[in-house]
Design a protein around this ligand. Sequence first.
Ligand code: AMP
Length: 281
Amino acid sequence: MKIIKSIKKIQQILAKERLKGRSIGFVPTMGALHEGHLSLIRQARRENDIVVVSIFVNPTQFGPKEDFKKYPRNFKKDALLCEKCGVDFIFYPDAKAMYPKGYKTYVNVEDLGNVLCGKSRPGHFKGVATVVTKLFNIIGPDLAYFGSKDAQQAIIIKRMVEDLNMPLKIKVMPTVREKDGLAMSSRNIYLNKKERKAATALFHSLKAAEKFIKKGEKDAGKIIHLMRRMIQEAQPKKIDYIEIVDAQSLLPVKKIKGKVLIALAVWFGKARLIDNIIVHG
Ligand code: AMP
């Protein structure tokens, strides 16, 4: 496994691999790797000749009051995990190389980036779409892997790839959870013991909503109300949102019909946790 910091160098190396006819699978991450990331990497390993993982805490997707500086960073451990999973290249650029002085270009996926997490994190998805575009241009993957834990992100990236005719395929993999249902996240380490236990209410509320829908409930408002009550019992610091939206347009639905995304963002202590499930009504 090679660790490459230089944009030019990784482009040169991968151009040679492509000439040899090798397929490239790519997993973009912000590091602090856990089983969720590793599930994407293992899938990439199964399906490609070359596997590239990027580790880059992207400043443009963090708001001024968000946790960019405190975001967990543990490159040594990440590199060991990547090596164990059979990664060929870690792309590990500096922010200065990605956004040099005079940087001016951003990618904005309209509408989809302004709802759900986009409401409380203005500019977040513009930062995500921009860095992912840059990474795709640098790596030139055949396949890129994303987790459905960040469902809105995956939907936005798929839209962007289609709209901008980017020559690659996006694969979205299932959310990996802890034994008690909490979605794995690099931010879970912000939780103290009490908050960690309470945070299981998120998954439980999503499962309760799913059960409710499977029993025939169609009223989204009622389901959201039930979820809100369950989550409030766990005494979170703040509920950012609980929404039921169309799984493609991300627009809120009143009556459950077809494929809906039930998504939430809730603060426990210093951690803003997100989770979601897709349910067929
Ligand atoms: P991040 O490092 O948080 O930017 O995440 C990098 C990739 O890993 C994204 O595509 C995430 O959706 C994915 N990911 C993060 N957590 C999980 C999880 N628990 N299960 C599956 N994929 C995940």
